[in-house]
Unconditional design. Sequence first.
Length: 286
Amino acid sequence: MLDTLILCTLIISLVAFLLTLIPGKYDKYTAITGWIMLELSFLLMLLGLFEEGNIFYPILVIVGIPLVYITVKRLLVRDQHVLRLTYAAAICGIVYAPFAVFTQLGDWLISIVVFCIQKVFNIIGFPYIMADWNMFESVWLVPGQIYGYMDQIILGCTGITAIAILLGVIALTKTSLAQKIGLTLLVSVPIFIINIFRIVFVIMADFGQWFPWFEDELAHPTIPGYASFFWSHNVICEGAAFLLILVIAYLLFKFSPGLISNIRDILFIYRDDIRSMLGKGTRKNV
């Protein structure tokens, strides 16, 4: 039931964002609908994120509440910077939604990632068993059990989310189509390749139980040896992914200097409105 509700809110959000791309007097209302439904879908995901032991995304979801409030307030007066941000969100949705909504397309992308992981394991000689088409199992057994450690590859493991977000950022750039294609390759290829090695690291760490720190405190009712997965996936790789996005963003700024001013103007809007909400005056921008 919850999964269906999340999917419905995401679809409504996507449709609203797409309608915002059509200029007109109602685009601010479709933009507002898109942002509210997107934040609602993330709030509905909170329980699942906490159960997974995820730290980074729940913080973003909670921080997103006042940011959506600011966004709605700005859209009501047709702030052009926030409208451009909404256009970027629409591009992000166009990239991500087909893989999330159409199961066969999402499974196709997952199968490519699984194939690449298998090739890396075969090259380095790391043993594994395929418990299912997208489920890796260790050859050594969980202590006291008749099965090995398992890691399932899902859509969130493909890197499509990060790629979609950064392609939305590229949409903010005032560049030619050829330059946008070049920036797209600059973003997509490194993220996909590095993501494969990220998953390889997580699986090897989980199967080998490399990080059994605070094992009792991080015990999971259905996932044996969860501590190693938690530290490798939710801490080490999440932190590395954040740094990677910063590096790619820096490269985007180098190739498209105008992007800096666009993002800076948007950040100043949210900074000043947050300061106003906290009862502090706005700063002059220099």
